[in-house]
Design a binder for this molecule. Structure first.
Ligand code: SF4
Ligand code: SF4
Length: 112
């Protein structure tokens, strides 16, 4: 029966059972990401964010939670312009984070 609405999927995340292989790979490849304190400057200045729903801060959050389906959907929207890197107050190489995620997805495609 159609009720005219849908029920959202539960967003509960089990941090004990999550798979952090991709996350660890990216953090090893670009350790500056550990300095991110979530200020959102990258997101506010993002070129892709002006045209799409892309949001670097949300991408980072999803990465650290091991939500790979969401990451795979989002990461290709980045245009790799590098503007976010210029404004980051913590010196995070955000552009290389995105490139690392793209590489890691290729590396782990078979297991994700
Ligand atoms: S600008 Fe830098 S510190 Fe701020 S959320 Fe983005 S990556 Fe993190
Ligand atoms: S490199 Fe990607 S995340 Fe950074 S500002 Fe450009 S489009 Fe946005």
């Amino acid at each position: 029966m159609k009720w005219g609405y849908t029920i959202s999927q539960p967003r509960a995340i089990n941090l004990d059972t999550n798979d952090y292989r991709l996350s660890n790979w990216v953090l090893n490849n670009e350790p500056s990401l550990l300095r991110c304190f979530g200020c959102g400057s990258c997101t506010a200045t993002c070129t892709a964010g002006n045209l799409t729903s892309f949001n670097f801060r949300k991408l980072h959050h999803a990465l650290r939670l091991g939500e790979y389906t969401r990451i795979k959907e989002e990461v290709s929207k980045c245009m790799l312009c590098g503007k976010c890197r210029l404004v980051c107050p913590r010196g995070v190489n955000t552009r290389n984070v995105v490139v690392s995620i793209q590489k890691a997805i290729k590396e782990y495609e078979a297991i994700l």
